[in-house]
Every structure is written in C-alpha cells, then in structure tokens.
Ligand binder design. Structure first.
Ligand code: C2E
Ligand code: MG
Ligand code: MG
Length: 559
C-alpha cells in the first residue's frame, strides 16, 4: 500500500491474502475525513462498510482480502490441511491509523500479534509462545474428562521487576533465557510449557489431576533453587505457581483453555499475595470482578489500536514571571465501560507486556500533534512527554522523535522529554548517548520524580538534563515535615548550582508554594494551579489565568 495508507496488517495480507480489518466507526470517520483532506492516501476495509447514517464505505473485494467474511477482531484465520492441521494461521487485528507514522507503529503491533511472524516459539527462551500454547491446549482440553483431567500451571517469578530495575533489562532477559529451559527440565515429554510474556510461564499437564499437578509444581520450584549465573553474578530466583484442574470430583469444572488459564492466574496471584509458593484454584478465590492479566492485556492492546487513549495537559507555571512555562502531557485511558482510567491502572501492565512501546510512540505523536495545533494557533506551548524506561532502552528514540517533529513541523524547543533516574541508571551505556543526541537536537530533558530514585550527585553531574522535577512526595510534605523541607531546599539549590531549572511538583496549596518560592524555586506544577486538563480546557485556563497569553508570551522554560 502506498505511503500514508491505511494500516492493514502489514505482511499478513501480502503473504496470505488475509488482512486485518478496520471496523471502529469513529476511527473510520476520522480516516475518511483525513483522506478527503489529503492527509492519508487510502482507507481500506474488507468488504463494504455501512456506517450508522447510511454512508457506504467501499471496501476491498473479498477475494482480494482472502477472507470469506469480514474478519472479526483478533480472529485467527487459517487454512486447514487434509489432516485437519492448522496451516497459515494469521491473526487479524482492528487497526485505526491516522497517519503514516501511526500506521507504521500499528503495523508493528499487528505483526507482534501474528503467530506466523513470531512462528510458534518465544525467541528468548526457545519455549512455545502464548499462541502456540493456546492452539495445543485447545486440542488437549477437548479430550479431557472426569476420568482424565488435565491441569494448567501458571508460573510467575517473584520480584523479577527488581532484577530489571536494578540490573537492567539486558540482564533480565538473559536470566529469563536460562529460566525457561531450566523449567523445561522439570517436566515430562508429553507436557507443554510456554512463555506467556514477561516473567510469566504456563505449563499444560495433559493427564495430571490435582495431586500430579502439585508434584510438578514442587519439581518446578526445586528446579529454580540452584542460582542462575548471569554476567558473573549469581541470581536467585523464586516463583509463585497457580494450579487449575479441569475436572475435579464434586466441584464445578472448567472446560476451556481461557477459563483454566484464568483460574491458574487467579491462584498464582493468591500464591504471590500469601507468599505461599503454590496455590490450587478454588472457586471462592474468584471474586468475579478481577480480570486476568491475559484479558486485560488483550483489552489494552485494543485500546491502543483503537486509540482509546487521551492526553490531558497539566500546566507548569513560572510563578515569578507570572506565565505558563509549559505543560506536561499525561495519558489516560478512556475505557468504554469503566470511564477515564489513570495511568497507574494500565501503565504497569503496558510495561510488563511490552505494549508500552507502541503506546509511547503514539503518545509522543499525539502530544507533538497537539503542540503543532497550538503552535499554529499562535500558542507556542512547550509540551513535556514522559519517556517510558523501557523505551529508553531502544536506540530508535531520537530517530522517531525527529521524524514525528518533522511530520508535524514542530520546532524541537516545543518538546521536552521527562525521564527518571532509575531508567537511565539501569543501562547508562545505552541511555546516555541517546539522551545526548536528543539534547543535541534541541529537545529539553527533565529528570522526573527527583529524590525518589537512588540519586547520586556524581551521576547527576553527568546526566545531560536541563531540569529537575522534585517529586511531589517531598514537596507536599514540606509544610509539615522539617526534614522534607530540608531535602526540597537542598534539591532546589543543587539543581540551580548545576545550571538546571527546578520544578516543584505537587503544589496543592499556597503555603507550599510560598515555601518553594522562598527556597528560590520559581517553576511549579500542581493541583493548586490546575489538574491535568483536556487540551481545550487547558487553553481556556491559560487564557484566563494569563491574559494575553500567546504569541508574545511563548510558553517555554527559557524565554
Ligand atoms: P509524573 O510524570 O510524575 O506526573 C505527575 C503526576 O502527578 C500526574 O499523575 C499528576 O496528575 C499528578 N499530580 C500533579 N499535581 C499534583 C498535585 O498537586 N497533587 C497530587 N496528589 N498529584 C498531582 P498521573 O497523571 O496519574 O500520572 C502518574 C504517572 O504516570 C506520571 O507521573 C508518569 O510517571 C506516568 N505517566 C503519565 N502519562 C504517561 C505517559 O504518557 N507515558 C509514560 N511513560 N508515563 C506516563
Ligand atoms: Mg512526569
Ligand atoms: Mg513527576
């Protein structure tokens, strides 16, 4: 498809004649408008789509799309061989791209969800991947019965996040690469083990009931007892294991793969919560409210492809000069059923599942697009975007930042990126050159949540940042805790002495504001000024608060 075209499951269509579909009416309407405006080249759907108001969008002929009917979202479409074996399975996703940049990101995402692309194995551990497990399990589950139950074990490493955070993802990955095969050794030939993602593994025991499953769980735990040697370090690993059994005497039983995985996961979380090592699922564990991580991550993936995410903007105020110094873009999930969800409710999952990468790229693109809109309207507002620690480990950040800026024709001074110390210190060799490149491109860099990480003066001196954001935990406590007040004052002075701007975060009242101003800090952010606001409200707020705000008062740190 030509550049700027609609994202139709890259590679999938080309190889197999099956394409991802686009069904979301809102996205479709937006795409059509953009096509009319010449912003994108083509809008393609499989088969004609009739919108609510009767508008007909002519789609690809079905033969070309290769599917006999419109492919439902995340549906696996395949051809079966004579023996009934699944060949050429491809997974279609709903995709809704607004620009060629988004289209590229979404295509990456689609190809990640494509079992053909990833084949059936997890490249890191060599074990089966999730899709392959689901296919195998579906067959096995259909054969299970009261006399021949099967069990599913869900295994999640304990405190694996600490390994990633303190030693870096490189070490974390090398550890996982050893853990997978080690777990395999505890199993018998007919058993199936897969890595579901992150530090999560699942085991399928096709002929084991509860006792057999307990035994295997013990063997799996034992297999992890010998420390793993990674880069000359001995790493100790423990795991929490949840067990679900398909047919148990005198208990309601579950007969689907999804159901068993969900139960095993609930039991696994219980094991984690209780520090119990192994827990067998019981119906009373299931509150019915909590959704499994598998379900949630599928939902989040959908939220990204259908762009249910919105950005709100919180002002950073220069209280001495009395002007808007910039805004921080903060992502929210406009959940169709649960309303507006704060980042704390979905970013950790995004980080664990890798969805944070496409999410971050789209957040960046949306923020830069907003900067462009304001800029063209005579409001050169600098927008700060939080850079995910995980994305910081990919060398492509500067390249993508620069392409997004040029796509929207936004000067680099209008973008600021916020990073955290621990993200940089996890892999300094990788992060530092990347940050230096961003600095050279003219992009402002802020060190976020300053004071919460393992700050070190030595490191700070070498970090190419031009701004410190003192964490709201300390700032908020200033008026009540003399110790915290000392820390904030010291941080402000330290930042200024290193030639940096300092922003006090979390200003909720006039007293705290007075404290930080008396400590020499003029940049402040917090509910006292405004909560994060939708873009239109932010502009109204800024115009009311700073009359004449606009062209003659550029909103960026140094002006
Ligand atoms: P952060 O970067 O430190 O953002 C500031 C957080 O403090 C925001 O929470 C903001 O709403 C909140 N806040 C600001 N002023 C006050 C105040 O006066 N009182 C209180 N109690 N809170 C205040 P939010 O929006 O929930 O975001 C939480 C964190 O999620 C952010 O912390 C940031 O680390 C992360 N985050 C948000 N959006 C993104 C994103 O697009 N990408 C990435 N990678 N992370 C994001
Ligand atoms: Mg921030
Ligand atoms: Mg912060």
């Amino acid at each position: 498809m030509s550049a700027g075209g609609w994202a139709v499951g890259a590679g999938l269509g080309a190889v197999l004649g099956v394409a991802a579909v686009l069904l979301h009416e809102r996205s479709l309407r937006r795409a059509l408008a953009q096509q009319q405006a010449g912003m994108i080249a083509a809008v393609e759907t499989i088969g004609d789509k009739v919108l609510a108001d009767g508008t007909v969008v002519a789609g690809l002929p079905r033969q070309r799309a290769g599917a006999s009917a419109a492919v439902p979202e995340l549906e696996t479409v395949g051809a079966r061989s004579g023996e009934g074996q699944l060949e050429h399975a491809v997974t279609g996703l709903l995709v809704a791209a607004r620009s060629s940049f988004e289209s590229t990101v979404l295509q990456e995402l689609v190809s990640q969800a494509d079992p053909l692309h990833q084949a059936t194995h997890d490249p890191l551990t060599g074990l089966l991947n999730r899709e392959a497990l689901m296919t195998t399990a579906a067959e096995v589950v259909s054969l299970a019965s009261k006399h021949h139950p099967l069990s599913v074990l869900m295994i999640d490493l304990d405190r694996f996040k600490d390994v990633n955070d303190s030693l870096g993802h490189g070490i974390g990955d090398r550890l996982l690469a050893q853990v997978g095969p080690r777990l395999r050794t505890a199993l018998r030939p007919g058993d199936t083990i897969a890595r579901l993602g992150g530090d999560e593994f699942a085991v399928l025991l096709p002929t084991a009931g509860e006792d057999g499953a307990q035994l295997v769980a013990e063997r799996l735990s034992e297999a992890l007892e010998t420390p793993f040697e990674v880069d000359g370090m001995d790493l100790h690993v423990e795991a929490s294991i949840g067990i679900a059994v398909s047919h148990r005497p005198s208990r309601p039983s579950t007969h689907t793969v999804e159901g068993l995985l969900r139960e095993a996961e609930i039991a696994m979380y219980r094991a984690k919560g209780e520090g119990a090592g192994v827990v067998v699922f019981e119906p009373e564990h299931d509150s019915g409210h909590g959704r499994s991580r598998l379900e949630l991550s599928a939902e989040l993936r959908r939220a990204i492809t259908q762009w249910q995410l919105v950005l709100h903007y919180q002002p950073v105020v220069d209280v001495v000069q009395g002007r808007l110094a910039g805004v921080e873009a903060l992502v929210r999930w406009e959940h169709p059923d649960r309303g507006l969800l704060p980042p704390a409710m979905f970013l950790p999952l995004a980080e664990q599942t890798g969805l944070i990468i496409p999410l971050s790229k789209l957040v960046l693109a949306a923020a830069v697009e907003q900067a462009a809109t304001w800029f063209r309207a005579g409001y050169p507002v600098q927008i700060a975007v939080n850079l995910s620690p995980r994305w910081l480990q990919h060398a492509d950040v500067p390249e993508i930042v620069s392409s997004v800026l040029s796509l929207h024709d936004v000067p680099p001074e209008l973008l600021r990126l916020e990073i955290t110390e621990s993200a940089v210190l996890a892999q300094p060799q990788q992060a530092l050159p990347l940050l230096n490149r961003l600095r050279e491109m003219g992009i402002g860099l802020s060190l976020d949540d300053f004071g919460t990480g393992y700050s070190s003066m030595t490191h700070l001196r070498h970090l190419p940042v031009d701004e410190l954001k003192v964490d709201r935990g300390f700032v908020d406590a200033m008026t009540t805790s003399p110790q915290d007040a000392v820390i904030v004052r010291a941080a402000i002075e330290l930042g200024h002495n290193l030639g940096m701007d300092v922003v006090a975060e979390g200003i909720e009242n006039a007293d705290t504001l007075a404290e930080i101003v008396s400590a020499g800090c003029s940049l402040a952010q917090g509910y006292y000024f405004a909560r994060p606001l939708p873009p239109d409200d932010l502009l109204i707020w800024a115009n009311e608060r700073f009359p004449g705000f606009g062209v003659d008062q550029p909103a960026s740190r140094h002006s």
